[in-house]
Design a protein around this ligand. Structure first.
Ligand code: PLP
Length: 365
């Protein structure tokens, strides 16, 4: 069996032990004679699967009791609309625009009310997290229903290293591409959400963690579809309708794997070791340059390029020949991107680094 070095930004590499367990349980889940794919979501066996997944996540993130965990479908993109539909109660919220996904969320929110752009790094092609003082100043006016950030910008390889101060407004964060990469103090947020397809499992599940007092008044709009009504979804234990049963089962497996491999502190150490191996290489290279400003660099997505589109293409093609896959950068940035999520091993990153050295030796002036 030949597995490649998979640096995909998502859907992304999953731990081999998780994939093996899933394969082993495919025909007969724990002696019940069927797979999880074939099981009713109303069965007690499935209830145990979703309860175990939530319990594992609660242990990992030390989620306070007054927060609810919800597993939905529709990806992070559905929550770009779901968040204003639920929480734009007075009709105004603040957005920090740090990349493509933050901008999409901001634009979506503008359909429902006044989406105030509090800060942006678009003027420098989203190569950094902007200064956060304007967020604090604007939020201190006290008229924002929430402040929204995209904590790790998958495409641009940037990440918040400190959170903005939002006055009385709750902080909402899209943590899709840094979820379970490192510890997260849930009590600092009103809501966090993540598409599972990077660090938490398979595409098709969005994990939402939300403070329960924010749900008390129900959605902000009477016409909010019931599927998007987070209060209802929380009341129904994510089973208002048929959930992504298999996807949630995969999440549960991944959560357990994170616990068994030392939890989030250990994960963060391993992830920074992997990312820093590449950042150090970039900082000392004559031909490769990191595209994110140093103080905004991501733990998960390392973006870089050479000065020539032709060399970039050659690098990607050569990587493929060496079993290094999904290394091409997003079209908005170009160049290359190595996503070093939890299941990417140090050996994978060392293989990439060795190839980068080889390429540099061949092409450096
Ligand atoms: N937010 C972030 C940070 C992402 O990386 C992505 C996708 O890669 C999205 C949102 C959109 O996610 P989805 O495709 O699940 O809607």
């Amino acid at each position: 069996m030949a597995r490649v070095h998979n640096f995909s930004a998502g859907p992304a590499a999953l731990p081999e032990s998780v994939l093996t367990q899933i394969a082993n349980e495919m025909l007969d889940y724990q002696g019940c004679g069927m797979s999880v794919l074939e099981m009713s979501h109303r069965s007690s066996m499935y209830q145990q699967i979703i309860d175990d997944a939530e319990a594992s996540l609660r242990r990992l993130l030390d989620i306070p009791q007054n927060y609810r965990v919800i597993f939905l479908q529709g990806g992070a993109t559905l929550q770009f609309a779901g968040i204003p539909m639920n929480f734009m109660r007075t009709g105004r919220a603040g957005y920090v625009v740090t990349g493509n996904f933050a901008k999409k969320a901001w634009k979506e929110a503008a359909k429902y009310g006044d989406a105030v752009k509090l800060a942006s790094s678009e003027d420098t092609d989203f190569d950094r997290i902007p200064a956060l003082a304007p967020v604090r100043e604007r939020a201190s006016a006290g008229d924002l229903d929430y402040v929204y950030i995209c904590q790790n910008n998958t495409i641009f390889g940037t990440m918040f290293h400190e959170l903005p101060q939002c006055g009385d407004a709750p902080l909402f964060a899209d943590v899709s591409s840094c979820f379970l990469s490192q510890p997260l103090d849930i009590s600092r947020y009103g809501l966090v959400y993540a598409g599972a397809q990077k660090n938490a499992g398979a595409a098709g599940v969005t994990v939402i963690i939300v403070r329960d007092d924010l749900l008390e008044d129900g959605p902000a709009f009477a016409q909010t579809p019931q599927y998007m009504d987070l209060r209802l979804q929380a009341q129904k234990g994510s089973m208002l309708n048929t959930p992504n049963t298999f996807g949630i089962y995969v999440c549960g497996k991944v959560f357990r794997w994170v616990e068994e491999t030392g939890g989030l502190e250990a994960m963060a150490q391993r992830n920074w070791a992997k990312a820093n191996l590449l950042y150090d290489l970039l900082d000392n290279s004559q031909i490769f340059h990191g595209t994110a400003q140093k103080d905004s660099r991501s733990i998960a997505n390392v973006t870089f390029r050479t000065d020539s589109d032709e060399l970039n293409a050659q690098f990607v093609a050569g990587a493929h020949e060496r079993g290094i896959e999904n290394i091409k950068g997003h079209r908005l940035v170009g160049g290359m991107r190595a996503s070093v999520y939890n299941a990417v091993t140090m050996e994978d990153v060392e293989a990439l680094a060795a190839y980068m050295h080889e390429f540099e030796a061949e092409h450096a002036p």
